[in-house]
Design a protein around this ligand. Sequence first.
Ligand code: ATP
Ligand code: MG
Length: 503
Amino acid sequence: MEQEEITLIETGIRKKINSVTLDYAVKPAGRVSFSGDGVIKIDGLGSAKYGELLDVGGETQAIVLGLYENEVDAIVLGEEDKASAGMIVKATGRIVEVPVGKKLLGRVVNPLGTPIDGMGEIKGAKRRPIEAPAPEISDRGKVNTPLQTGILAIDSMVPIGRGQRELIIGDRQTGKTSIAIDSIINQKGKGVVCIYVAIGQKASSVSSILHTLIEHDAMDYTVIVCSTAKDSAPLQYIAPYSGCAIAEEFMYEGKDVLIVYDDLSKHAVAYRSMSLLLKRPPGREAYPGDIFYLHSRLLERAAKLSAQKGGGSITALPIVETLAGDISSYVPTNIISITDGQIYLESELFNSGVRPAVNVGLSVSRVGSAAQVPGMKKVSGKLRLDLSQYRELAVFARFGSDLDSQTAAKLEQGRRTTETLKQDVHVTIPVERQIILLYITMKELNKNVAVKDAARFNEEFFGYLVAAYPQVVEDVRKSGDISMDTGIAIEDAVEEFGRIFKK
Ligand code: ATP
Ligand code: MG
């Protein structure tokens, strides 16, 4: 062949080669090497990011939870047995999203945002990723508005402000859930959106909560995010983050939101079982090392936004279950350190009939008192101290029988106060009534009432006041305060009523 011819062919070939465009952008993919109990390990997939949504063989989806040199750990969403070893896994570049917005109000959804209340699909709702950064410090405002729970012992002594995180902690069956549910019921007509997140609860418990909320007309402004004990650990694990995403949408619209996580102990247990299956090194109480981050990144998303950012808020009420009152075990101490206070419920109090069983000495609210209405501040200032003195005295009095008359009177008054603070489940008390009740307690206006009659006295007196002096009640309600004149009016009314009260 002539040299020229060869060159010609050569250039021809070159041209052809150059004209070929190779579509060799590598789609990140890997292969499942292990699958069990809702967790999978994947070989390859080097580009995956933490929290990224993966497609597992077109059958199901998974979330990345651990990144290693040659391996990725992920948790399977939906039906866990659909993922099996050998399947091809592709990265999607997205994060799990849930539907958010008004359309969710009144609905019960699973942690993926799928309705499970049989009321049809949620169509055309906006979606939000379940993981999101917490608001910056500069975007936050001061906690300055009360979030009334309607529970006298709490609103007076452990007040909660909008945007606060207050832990409800106690042994099993001490009324933890009831406090959270009553707080939701009390938000009726107050413009607060409520979200109840059930984590690993019995389905029957969630169903009874739903019925309670429906009965009290509270579902109109409430969303339930539900993962039950029979759901896989991954589903239970993402439930609070999904609930938080739903809450965030409302907060960024400028609304106030109350979110309940019931409970984070079960959440930690779900995370522990996932971690152990993934063969992560177990630490204290076999929990993995990042258990603190698990809850801090969730609770930091609760915030009060500044006025420039719309002024919305998320108030979080996480619940933690303790064993034999031990608040110094791993998960409780972690969560206590992340929250702005705790409501500590005690079995002993609960069983002796002091319900809600709030242990005043161990319960605190680090920011809420700044958000109390002025009237409440006036009447509740001394209450906590008086009650703890009474409890001390009561313990002391068990030993000796001879009490001087002053001590005996103090004990009696303490008992009356305890009676005043008792409150039945799902019976919320509006703030004006709380203030008036505590005014009577503070001034000891009920000192001639027998302890056994104290609760009935309160009940009947308030009925009398509303009927005879409605303007007094109205004044306290409107102003959120108790003026000198109102105080005198109440004192007079108590005296009048005392004459007709049947002992
Ligand atoms: P668990 O550990 O099972 O989650 P819990 O601590 O959440 O329990 P709840 O379910 O709220 O407790 O309450 C336990 C029981 O006590 C319920 O039957 C509830 O009705 C009752 N209870 C709670 N609070 C009160 C109250 N203030 N007055 C009377 N009964 C109450
Ligand atoms: Mg409960």
